[in-house]
Design a protein around this ligand. Sequence first.
Ligand SMILES: [Zn+2]
Length: 426
Amino acid sequence: MQITHLPISIPWITHRTSIPLLSLSSNPRRIFNLTSFQNPKHSFFTVSFNRSLKSQSNPVLSAMRSEEGVEVDDAFYMRKCVELAKRATGCTSPNPMVGCVIVKDGDIVGQGFHPKAGQPHAEVFALRDAGDLAENATAYVSLEPCNHYGRTPPCTEALIKAKVKRVVIGMVDPNPIVSSSGISRLKDAGIDVTVGVEEELCKKMNEGFIHRMLTGKPLLALRYSISVNGCFLDKIGEGAADTGGYYSKLLQEYDAVILSSSLSDKLSSISSQEATNVSIKPIKIIVASNAEQSLILASSNTVEESSQKVIMITKKELVVETGISNSAVETVVLENINLDSILEYCYSRGLCSVLLDLRGNIEDLEVLLRDGIEQKLLQKVMVEILPEWSTKDERQIASMNLLESKSVKDLHSKQLGGSVLLEGYL
Ligand SMILES: [Zn+2]
């Protein structure tokens, strides 16, 4: 069993790096394979492009331009970048997910994504894939290229060296060591730069990274299930934990999940079923509120040593007899156990996002939830509405009364088989 004492030093946050994990386009294809268009507002491309509309200020058309007779839809390629970047979902923290495609004369000639922190950047992958075809091509990248020396040379220099003609960027990097200097460097080199294409999509994909950069804390999201008549339910919907289910995906997307200690005997069953390129799984965090509970958890044999890491937060260092301790359980001693100190610890480990999952004995998590609301540490909420009624209303979540006067922003719903998932921001 490992023991970690705080305060610990905050590790250096490496900026995005990437290595050629996969060569994704050995056979360049024509880009206007419109069967892959999913957005109905682009359906007019499938017939013909009305050139008379080009000068209008339509936001969709403004992302279009004609280059050497080839019609280009910047938004289309940026969505391709996002699609590529998401192949590394759950694998890149503390770095963001980034995708890049190189387009020449209407063909995607190179593509890549950032697979994991410590490995080269998406642009490096894509440029290697494109080879000499990158010259006079357009590079699409979902996040501003870096302009500093980290573990690899700056991507701006790689793009300049490859002689790309134009760079289209999804969003400016919130990392203070980049903050638009990548854009300036490219422009100074005479490259045509467009910024902000599919910006909301690019931001949404990296909301944890952005929050971490701007606030110095990981993004905290709350999840719970209720009945159709609004009662708390200690379960998730049918199929939610299976491959492709929303709960399985959440466990892949979040770097850590805070769980009730009452779930300690079910920890091995709480894991993402999604296939990933890199074997990184969310850390499970359990707060052991007393010494007895700590010892039970520390020696628990319900946690398989090969499964993802379990962190037990305690107030005091434990002495566990050799032979019964479990090396899959890491003990972290925090003098003051509260949500802020737990998030600070998560930040120090390079985590971008943490899920507070209200399951099991929610009284365990009630204090943390209260901290989250009172200290404005909670940013996002996900509520699964199960298709059933409940008459047991004794398990109401008291600290939610604190939210009474607050509204939920950007509230939207998703159909999940028989359930509905509501998502919004505080
Ligand atoms: Zn870079």
